[in-house]
Design a protein. Structure first.
Length: 342
């Protein structure tokens, strides 16, 4: 019995496997407990293993690669069309086994443990930022109930939280004062943890030559540069910068039929975290262009005169993704374009 391809459907405890031979005939279909997976694959001859790119998939891919197998990760959305009927673990494993053998299938590169550790910093920081925003909005809403308005802006919110934690609360009832002061102390604790995480990211950035080159792009700071360097593996698998931008969901969604081309809003597919970082960075750049046009690329200032700011922001994020792809694949740093006077 020669097994050529295996579809592995990951789970928390019980994993489903579907194996076929070189002719595509089904050889086995079985469920294994978590502790049985590695011993089972250790006894097999090297074969192709397909896995959906999901939680824990990179860990299992690295472990199976160490055993000599060829592992390919696939986006779940690309596997779904191969599910014949119903939703079962066995059907999913069979669909994975079928999808991984398709010549036109797109695969996800396997991340190393170091890259996942860097991304863990990003995910944790993103979570803490969301929690800080929730707490600030909570305090703003509570104070508004007593006729007190909090100034907009994070620095104003942090300054007020510091005063509230020190007991310098406005004229509010004692019970509300204790609640608001508790929320303010929680914001202070989050800010300390965020500062520590950002120092870790800065240290990783200084140790990564690619991240430092990406940070030369206008509107791309330490956070965006480290996220791109840790997330994008094998950028050369994209044929062009446009394809890379499309993988981040920064290109129009096509709806073409009958010879008619219809382009809608951006597709918002792919890594939403990278897309959000690029859009936030370009939002800052657009604001600077509106305030000080001479400090940015003249093409950006000219575009703001023709298009709405939000359209320009997304277009600039698309262009930044293309520039980042060029830097990752061809080396070098960002060079400011030379504008020739007419």
């Amino acid at each position: 019995m020669e097994i050529s391809t295996i579809g592995l459907d990951l789970a928390k405890s019980v994993f489903q496997l579907h194996g076929v031979d070189t002719a595509g005939n089904g050889v086995f279909r079985k469920a294994l407990r978590r502790r049985q997976i590695l011993p089972f694959f250790a006894e097999l001859s090297p074969c192709l293993v397909g896995i959906e790119a999901c939680g824990t998939s990179h860990y299992w891919a690295r472990e199976l690669i160490r055993l000599g197998h060829e592992v390919r990760l696939m986006p779940p959305a690309y596997v779904k069309p191969y599910v014949k009927r119903g939703k079962t673990d066995a059907a999913d494993a069979e669909a994975i086994c079928e999808a991984v053998s398709r010549p036109t299938m797109r695969f996800v590169p396997v991340k190393s443990a170091e890259q996942q550790a860097a991304l863990a910093l990003h995910r944790t920081r993103d979570l803490l930022v969301k929690q800080r925003t929730q707490l600030v909005n909570m305090i703003r809403g509570l104070l508004a109930e007593f006729g007190i308005e909090m100034a907009r802006g994070l620095h104003h919110a942090l300054a007020l939280a510091k005063r509230l934690a020190a007991g310098e609360a406005p004229e509010v009832p004692l019970l509300a004062e204790r609640i608001v002061a508790g929320l303010a102390r929680q914001i202070g604790d989050l800010q300390v943890r965020l500062t520590a995480l950002e120092k870790e990211l800065l240290a990783w950035h200084r140790s990564s030559e690619l991240s430092q080159r990406l940070a030369t792009i206008p509107g791309v700071g330490v956070i965006s540069a480290t996220a791109l360097a840790a997330s994008v593996i094998e950028p050369e698998r994209f044929r062009s910068g446009r394809q890379f931008a499309a993988s981040l969901g920064l290109t129009p969604l096509a709806n073409c039929s009958g010879g008619k081309e219809r382009l809608g809003k951006i597709s918002r597919m792919g890594d939403r975290y990278l897309r959000r970082l690029l859009v936030i960075g370009m939002t800052s750049l657009v604001r600077r262009a509106k305030a000080k046009p001479d400090s940015v690329d003249p093409r950006l200032a000219a575009m703001l005169q023709r298009r709405p700011p939000r359209v320009v922001t997304v277009a600039a994020a698309n262009r930044t993704a293309r520039v980042a792809w060029a830097i990752m694949t061809k080396g070098g740093t960002y060079r400011t374009p030379i504008m020739v006077a007419a």
